[in-house]
Design a protein around this ligand. Structure first.
Ligand SMILES: NC(=O)c1ccc[n+]([C@@H]2O[C@H](COP(=O)([O-])OP(=O)(O)OC[C@H]3O[C@@H](n4cnc5c(N)ncnc54)[C@H](O)[C@@H]3O)[C@@H](O)[C@H]2O)c1
Length: 265
């Protein structure tokens, strides 16, 4: 096993693959949806990519799968150690594995509330704790947390989910403050409504799925859902040396949902 400190890259090295060629990247929840798009995007830039997921990715060229549930610290530690051994270290952690929950503050059992916080918030804590010893030895360490427009907008029937994503936003700021003295940059992305299996489930559960999909599309002033590869490009920017002065920031990819109010016709 080799966890040696990698040397700082030269300026010319930093331009290859946006400075991510040969970067060693871990993407949690990378077997589907946004995480899958992120894994593919980094692989296309020439990075070495490991997906840490409870389901293994299927047939992804240039991507290695490591099965672990982010609610289990031991599984996470084992997977992260194996990744670091196989890659000779870790440069980038993308915290992405998360699930949704539809309901108001009165909905869901207390078990549901504990389960979602355990996965969506503590999952990011577990993977970060496991990755930090390796990130500390990297020449270009970065953490990107996938947050949500639910953290920053009042969206009906998303009380539990929004609360977990608000936790991710605050955690991002606090981690950024704690880790910047060590050169580890922490940022987040705030996607709007993204066309993934996560949204498909919410649409399918509705009495009128076609109307529900149209409603989700209309939520973005652009009139269409965000595609996962748009979020992937934003994640890659925040992980790359091109954003070396961007710390504790949130990059919004929401089709104007948070900022634009179109007049009603
Ligand atoms: N889809 C959207 O509209 C949207 C919008 C904003 C933010 N997000 C956030 O983006 C992230 C990914 O969402 P998505 O839409 O790609 O979801 P998805 O359901 O399409 O994919 C989630 C992935 O995470 C994995 N996963 C789930 N629980 C896990 C666990 N306990 N341990 C390990 N892996 C686990 C799944 O196996 C899957 O591969 C989530 O954090 C979500 O909150 C999604």
């Amino acid at each position: 096993m080799s966890n040696e400190t990698i040397p700082q890259r030269s300026r010319s090295d930093q331009t290859k693959g946006n400075g991510l060629a040969d970067a060693r990247v871990v993407v949690t929840g990378g077997s589907a949806g946004i995480g899958l798009a992120v894994a593919k995007h980094f692989a296309a830039l020439g990075a070495r990519v490991a997906v840490l997921d409870r389901n293994l990715p299927v047939g992804l060229e240039g991507v290695e799968g490591y099965r672990a549930d982010v609610t289990d610290q031991e599984q996470v530690n084992t997977a992260m150690r194996q990744i670091a051994e196989n890659f000779g270290g870790i440069d980038v952690l993308v915290n992405n594995a998360g699930v949704s929950f539809v309901g108001t503050v009165e909905d869901g059992s207390m078990e549901d509330w504990h389960r979602l916080f355990d996965l969506n918030v503590l999952g990011y804590v577990r993977t970060t704790r496991a990755a930090l010893p390796y990130l500390r030895k990297s020449g270009q360490p970065a953490i990107v947390n996938v947050s949500s427009c639910s953290a920053t907008n009042g969206i009906p029937k998303r009380a539990l989910y929004s609360a977990t994503k608000g936790g991710v936003q605050s955690l991002t700021l606090a981690m950024a403050a704690d880790l910047i003295s060590e050169g580890i940059r922490v940022n987040s992305v705030i996607p709007g409504t993204v066309n993934t299996p996560f949204m498909d489930k919410i649409v399918a559960a509705d009495a009128d799925p076609a109307a529900k999909r149209r409603e989700f599309e209309a939520r973005q002033p652009t009139g269409h859902m965000v595609e996962a590869d748009e979020v992937a490009a934003a994640v890659a920017f925040l992980a790359s040396p091109a954003s070396r002065s961007t710390v504790g920031a949130s990059l919004v990819i929401d089709g104007g949902m948070a900022t634009i109010r179109l007049p009603k016709e």
